[in-house]
Design a protein around this ligand. Structure first.
Ligand SMILES: C[S@@+](CC[C@H](N)C(=O)[O-])C[C@H]1O[C@@H](n2cnc3c(N)ncnc32)[C@H](O)[C@@H]1O
Length: 269
């Protein structure tokens, strides 16, 4: 593997496949995020910052918890898909978490799901997110640990399942070329503690058979198909056959484990 060839985000939101990716991420991981948010015991009328929102389901989830007098700031480098029937309490802003000042401060919660793993300057991004918390505020970061479980098919038996694993390996290489940290998920508890947060907890989940995981695979592979072909990870024919198989429902496709880690900024720092 070579070093990063660009800092551009591989799966940019302007591609037509982004809509399908956000729907799939929502189907697979929104229940996980909801469970963690509920465990945090967020205050009513809270101030919440959703970093790298992508679509609108998590901002809406946060707005439900903030209530009519709360405030949610949803940011992303590309906010075109943070849309739909957003409550009036949700403010949408274009914002780069690694290089721009936080969109306000004194947040009761800062949350990012599947964002920092892609951001080359993720240490700086995490520092900015923590700096935006009020004393006692909560941070919830959810990110893949791709290296912990890199397969697309856990139990490959048929040629199409081995092909799925080869294509996933190519996709992972493309992510790494753009500066993704393939071992980021496992580092989160250590990083949160090292940043001075207390009450740090973390767990990891991944679907073993879930239709949303196949939908996510279709969106991702369609979006990066030219890169997979150009770097010799798969041929046109292999990608077309793989996408056909994904849509067939005959194959159990998995995602990497999603590590959800949370911590609290001490009242006095
Ligand atoms: C894989 S998507 C995840 C979207 C959403 N958080 C979710 O879990 O469904 C990654 C998101 O991070 C955004 N992103 C990437 N780099 C960013 C940066 N430096 N600052 C803010 N957002 C960023 C992308 O535009 C994209 O919307």
């Amino acid at each position: 593997m070579t070093g990063p060839d660009t800092t551009d985000y591989l799966l940019d939101n302007s591609a037509p496949e982004a809509e399908g990716r956000f729907a799939a991420l929502s189907a697979v991981f929104d229940p996980v995020t909801e469970r963690h948010l509920d465990a945090l015991g967020l205050p009513p009328a809270g101030r919440f910052w959703e970093v790298g929102a992508g679509g609108s389901t998590v901002p809406i989830m946060l707005a439900d918890r903030a209530g009519a007098t709360g405030h949610v700031v949803a940011t992303d480098i590309d906010v075109d898909r943070v849309r739909g029937d957003l409550p009036a309490t949700v403010e949408v802003r274009r914002h780069d978490v690694a290089s721009e000042e936080p969109p306000g401060g004194d947040f009761d919660l800062v949350h990012a799901r599947l964002v920092l793993v892609h951001v080359p300057d993720r240490d700086e991004a995490l520092r900015r997110m923590i700096a935006a918390l009020r004393p006692g505020g909560r941070l919830l970061v959810e990110d893949f640990d791709v290296a912990l479980q890199p397969r697309a098919c856990l139990d490959p038996q048929r040629p199409s399942e081995h092909r799925a694993n080869r294509i996933r390996a190519g996709f992972v290489e493309l992510l790494a070329r753009r500066g993704a940290d393939l071992e980021y998920g496992r580092k989160l508890p250590r990083l949160l503690r090292g940043a001075g947060l207390c009450e740090v907890t973390a767990d990891a989940v991944f679907p073993v058979a879930h239709p949303g995981a196949a939908a996510l695979e279709i969106a991702n592979v369609m979006q990066v198909r030219e890169g997979l072909i150009a770097h010799g990870y798969a041929s046109v024919e292999e990608i077309d056959a793989h996408l056909g198989e994904m849509g067939s429902g005959r194959i159990d496709i998995v995602t990497p484990p999603l590590v959800s880690a949370s911590g609290r900024l001490p009242e006095t720092v």
